[in-house]
Design a protein around this ligand. Structure first.
Ligand code: CUV
Length: 631
């Protein structure tokens, strides 16, 4: 029985957006939909990666008549250099996020506002890093581990500590190929050094460094971000929430958190929940306070607190267009500068909080670990005070939301799936039950769906359609970032979505009481997926590259996504992209990424813009891998 469960279609979401754009027109607001039109067609040189402006002799553009830049660099060198720069940008960004979390951990105090919520995890990491834990005060330990975490960014010798979590075989590949990441900052610096005028122009060298820089993100900075966020704010466990714009409440003060760093969003949630603040909101005529989120910081607080998700990347302007957003509070990354002028068309306060992401037409409240409580209170109060400035004529919140169960950290997945096989319940918490489901063929394999939206692809459509087809084919999906939010908005994280699965996956969903698409968190939490595949490989005795598991970013857009792609591939997982990373201008680089990498790291990229073909290719690859290991 499906009850009244029904997926929300992309058409329905688009119709809601249309209505919101109507409101926008009334107040003279801009929108990405219009800006895309102004920017199309895109510059062909940029799009194919053959424009070079790393020195002031140029810009040089490669054409049949001008096949070399002024320095003599050809298309292959230019494309590969651009690719490495793209990666370094993403790696720096994720890793700096991780650094901020280490810094927050360093400021943790028993009296708060930042506390250690998962001391066991802290002790586990401390032991892993060789820190004496016996008889030590947990906050002393937190500070010691935080300093070690920060030192990973500039360590003088050796490689990233977390690499030891990978299977032996994977570590050997990284050593052999000279892509084991050293200090995180060093890999970013080294990348920018290599791409400087007159340094590397050999695609192999530049792509190799792209892998190493990516690995310093996934197995360094991002992993630190995830692990220490868990220590500070708790390791996610399954929790019920809701997704899409309908989570905003017309009668309440609406605060939307947007960005990436949970240090900010956690505090906003904390103080929006304060009885004193709620009473204050009521004194101003509201019925209460609703915090909802956009992008990855939303994923962070959804995973740990069940805070509802208002939307993903290309829905960020929609939250303001509802006319019911008192404040959109942002930290870093994926924030449209458009939110400044857009907010000015409404009563909305656009609050920036990080020196790293400052934007015109915003109110800047500098957020700092030491003053986090005051900062958060001030922001919540500002939103409440703004409630009376709402123009009721402009308020329209699309009545559209879905239930979602989120919070699937590796710890939670292992625990949840323990009950699936009645043959042998593993007390020690291994991934063996999951392996059993895969080897028996009840589940054919797994796909990690990740990444952004991109106007080049019909927003959310690729994410949702791919996932529907995968689960119908008994392939379980783990998701993060905006992909996870697309799934949640559609209803694919509702446990009732089991009815859209093939018989095998449906059975697993019923036994384990899980939705077929598991929300594993934000983009830095793709590091969770690296741990999961590592555990699967170790527990099954297979190499990661042999597992029937692939990664997919059908609508990606950011530099971070390229960094992610590089570490996922370098970890041995075939990765499928729906958007080309500006490399089509060089057949050498394209061939290296889609074929050559396999000789180095046992995995490679597939780029396919046709969504139907993309999903079929993934299913084919999963089946090939099954055949190769004889299951
Ligand atoms: Ni970090 S990077 S648009 S929020 S997934 Fe979403 Fe995720 Fe891409 Fe940004």
């Amino acid at each position: 029985m499906m009850g009244d469960f029904k997926l929300t279609t992309v058409e329905e979401m688009e119709a809601a957006t249309e209505k919101l754009l109507e409101t926008g027109k009334k107040v003279g607001a801009d929108g990405w939909q219009y800006r895309v039109k102004n920017q199309t067609p895109h510059c062909k040189f940029g799009e194919t990666g053959i424009c070079c402006k790393i020195c002031s002799m140029g810009p040089c553009r490669i054409t049949p008549k001008a096949p070399k830049g002024i320095c003599g660099c050809d298309a292959h060198g230019i494309v590969a250099r651009n690719y490495l720069k793209f990666t370094a940008g993403g790696s720096a960004t994720h890793s700096d996020h991780g650094r901020e979390i280490c810094n927050t951990l360093y400021h943790a105090k028993p009296e708060g506002p930042y506390k250690v919520k998962d001391p066991e995890k802290l002790i586990r990491i401390a032991k892993e890093w060789g820190v004496e834990t016996e008889g030590k005060d947990i906050y002393d330990l937190a500070h010691e581990v935080a300093i070690l975490g920060l030192s990973e960014y500039g360590k003088v010798f050796g490689h990233q500590n977390f690499l030891k979590r990978a299977p032996q075989h994977t570590q050997e590949i990284w050593e052999r190929e000279e892509i084991a990441p050293r200090a995180i900052d060093r890999e970013v610096s080294c990348s920018l050094h290599m791409t400087h005028m007159g340094c590397s122009s050999k695609p192999e060298a530049l792509i190799r460094q792209s892998l190493r820089s990516g690995l310093s993100d996934g197995w360094g900075g991002s992993m630190a971000g995830t692990e220490f966020s868990d220590v500070l704010f708790g390791t996610p466990k399954p929790v019920d929430t809701e997704a899409n714009l309908g989570v905003m409440n017309k009668d309440n003060v609406n605060i939307v958190v947007h960005g990436h760093d949970p240090s900010l969003s956690e505090m906003i949630c904390e103080y929006a929940d304060d009885p004193e603040m709620i009473a204050y909101a009521k004194s101003k005529g509201a019925k209460g306070i609703t915090v909802s989120g956009v992008c990855c910081t939303s994923n962070e607080v959804a995973m740990r607190r069940g805070i509802p998700m208002a939307g993903n990347f290309l829905q960020q302007e929609n939250v303001v267009l509802t006319g019911a957003c008192e404040a959109i509070v942002v930290d870093v990354q994926c924030i449209f500068p458009a939110l400044g002028p857009l907010s000015k068309c409404f009563h909305t306060k656009f609050v920036t909080t990080s020196p790293i992401a400052q934007m015109p037409d915003s109110e800047f409240i500098r957020f700092h670990a030491d003053t986090a409580a005051e900062n958060a209170k001030a922001i919540v109060k500002m939103a409440i005070d703004n409630f009376e400035n709402r123009n009721p004529d402009l308020v329209y919140i699309p009545d559209m939301k879905q239930k979602a169960t989120v919070g699937y950290s590796v710890e939670a997945i292992v625990k949840t799936l323990d009950g699936v096989t009645n043959s042998q319940v593993d007390e020690t918490g291994t991934t063996k039950p999951l392996i059993e489901c895969i080897t028996s063929g009840v589940i054919r394999g797994a796909v990690a769906m990740v990444g952004c939206n991109n106007p080049k692809i019909r927003p959310d459509y690729a994410h949702i359609e791919l996932m529907k087809k995968l689960i119908a084919n008994d392939i379980i999906v783990v998701a993060s970032g905006c992909s996870a939010q697309a799934a949640a908005k559609a209803g694919l994280m509702d446990k009732e979505a089991k009815n859209l699965c093939g018989a095998g996956l449906k059975r697993v969903c019923e036994l384990a009481d899980i939705p077929p698409v598991l929300h594993m968190g934000s983009c830095v939490d793709i590091s969770r997926m690296m741990i999961l595949v590592s555990e699967l490989a170790k527990d099954s005795g297979l190499n990661i590259s042999q597992l029937p598991v692939v990664g997919c970013a059908p609508e990606w857009m950011s530099e971070k996504a390229v960094s992610i792609g590089n570490y996922v591939v370098a970890t041995g997982i075939d990765t499928f992209l729906g958007v080309d990373p500006y490399v089509s201008g060089s057949d050498q680089v394209s061939k290296l990424l889609t074929e050559g990498l396999r000789d180095w790291v046992e995995a490679a990229y597939t780029v396919e813009k046709d969504i139907e073909k993309l999903v079929d290719l993934m299913i084919e690859r999963i089946e090939e891998k099954r055949t190769a290991i004889g299951i």
